[in-house]
Design a protein around this ligand. Structure first.
Ligand code: 4AD
Ligand code: MG
Length: 458
């Protein structure tokens, strides 16, 4: 007999038939002549209650098993006479797959701190919170693909090992096979595996632009890597990014795409993940559901960097980092704008060119570029994007100002030589999105195996 997932059983509209489930024991209560087990199989937040009477074969051994043990239960799905659950399974046969020693099983019934659970990342998905978070990651991934596929964007795969630094920040993890400890050999970059200096990519954008200028609209969704030493609740060294790129598009189209995209994926979570969303609302952050509902219904606001700086200067707020025109905005500034001033998602545009990457399209004022950052309450920047400089001369000029060697980017410059088009795109930080939707405080707690400075376990 095939096992059924618990989610399916709990959604069943009838009872009185034989079922089989597989799962892990969450709790056990032994009474005289019978016992109760709460079983979870990861398909949903809810457990299913199993009632075993003492005539179930092997009953003596069964009542000895502890929390965390894996079992398979065959029995009848019945309406539960007890309070707290609609259905339960009256067991006829229980097979024990693997026992877990109750003395040493790290997940006890009490609530564990997220810090503690990070140290046992191999088991934390068995808790309610992390089960819900990882199901949400799955749902959001699906929604992201649906959004772009419904609009005809082509999913492309850009390299993880690269020779270019897209963001120009130099915070890259080097990839090399040169053994620095090897004696008596002095090897240069030309002797290295790829015959040049390579690193893990910080963004698939530059390659995305190449394909957009052939396929029209494309998107990537993959891991990216940044060796910045930021120990904050919003930075990871390895994170996932979604990067759409549209040909024949300008900043205005980019802004529209970003707003439609965020609303679509938020609505998907409200429509498809209500059980987990209600858990987040109750246990993680009050009001996450109402907040998402509001965002889906209302319009985002677009403000220029220059206007934003004026608002911040006149706010009377004491910021840790003083603000004036030309500075890069810090998280505290971003959050002031989206949380205190506008109380909704804000799209900031037209940043000073000095604080943005080389590829952004110059505005006519020659001081600002056609950049856009989307800021959301509680997080700050969730999306960074721009219209791209499609004029070869202007781009070359900008690269030389920044000391970038055009020869390293010959292929990137080529698409400005052969049928150049206005084009634009953005990058969505996937983990920050999961944080925003779930209300989870720390970015380390929305990815199964976080990589951060001094930490790459599991
Ligand atoms: O603003 P960023 O650096 O933009 C780019 O990489 C562009 N090449 C994207 C594009 O236009 N195609 O990064 C994009 C987003 C940020 O808004 C943020 O949400 C997320 O990626 N992000 C991080 N998330 C977690 N940990 C980090 N260290 C992050 N750095 C950026
Ligand atoms: Mg950015």
């Amino acid at each position: 007999m095939q096992a059924t997932r618990i989610k399916e059983l709990l959604n069943s509209d009838k009872t009185g038939f034989e079922v089989k489930i597989n799962g892990w024991v969450r709790t056990k209560r032994v009474s005289k002549g019978f016992s109760f087990f709460e079983i979870n199989d990861g398909s949903c937040l809810s457990n299913i209650q199993v009632v075993a009477e003492e005539d179930v074969p092997g009953y003596r051994e069964i009542i000895e098993i502890g929390t965390g043990s894996s079992i398979s239960v065959k029995g009848d799905l019945i309406d539960s006479p007890g309070k707290g659950q609609k259905y339960e399974i009256k067991a006829k046969e229980i097979v024990i797959y693997g026992k877990a020693d109750p003395e040493t099983y790290p997940l006890q019934k009490k609530r564990h701190s997220f810090e503690f659970l990070r140290d046992i990342a191999h088991l934390r998905a068995r808790t309610n919170t992390f089960g819900a978070v990882f199901r949400l990651r799955n749902a959001l991934s699906y929604a992201i693909h649906s959004f772009f596929q419904e609009r005809g964007f082509v999913y492309i795969h850009t390299p993880i090992i690269t020779g270019n630094d897209c963001e120009g920040a130099g915070q890259m993890f080097r990839v090399t096979t040169i053994d620095e400890n090897a004696k008596e050999q002095v090897l240069t970059e030309a002797d290295d595996f790829f015959g040049k200096r390579t690193a893990l990519t910080v963004s698939g954008q530059l390659e995305g632009e190449l394909l957009a200028t052939a396929l029209g609209n494309v998107y990537t969704f993959g891991p990216t890597f940044r060796a910045e030493n930021s120990n904050t609740s919003r930075h990871l060294s390895e994170f996932w990014m979604v990067e759409p790129e549209m040909a024949f598009a300008r900043l205005e189209d980019d802004i529209k795409l970003a707003e439609d995209f965020l609303k679509y994926i938020f609505k998907y979570c409200l429509d498809k993940c209500m059980e987990d969303m209600e858990f987040f609302d109750l246990r993680i952050k009050k009001g996450v559901i109402a907040n998402l509902e509001d965002i889906v219904k209302s319009d985002f606001i677009t403000v220029t960097y220059t206007e934003a700086v004026k608002i911040l200067e006149n706010s009377g707020e004491k910021f840790e980092f003083p603000v004036h025109w030309g500075v890069d905005l810090q998280s505290e500034h971003e959050r002031y704008l989206t949380e205190n001033e506008f109380k909704k998602p804000v799209i900031l545009i037209d940043y000073p060119k000095e604080i943005k990457a080389f590829y952004m399209k110059n505005n006519d004022d020659n001081k600002t570029v056609r950049a856009m950052d989307v800021l959301v309450p509680g997080i700050g920047e969730i999306i960074g994007g721009s219209e791209r400089e499609d004029n070869l001369d202007v781009l070359m000029q900008r690269m030389s100002e920044l000391g970038l060697n055009p020869e390293d980017y010959w292929w990137y410059l080529d698409i400005r030589k052969f049928g150049s088009v206005p084009h634009a795109g953005f990058g969505l930080g996937f983990e920050r999105t999961v944080q925003f939707v779930s209300g989870m405080q720390n970015i380390r707690d929305v990815i199964p195996f976080p990589r951060t400075p001094k930490s790459a376990d599991f």
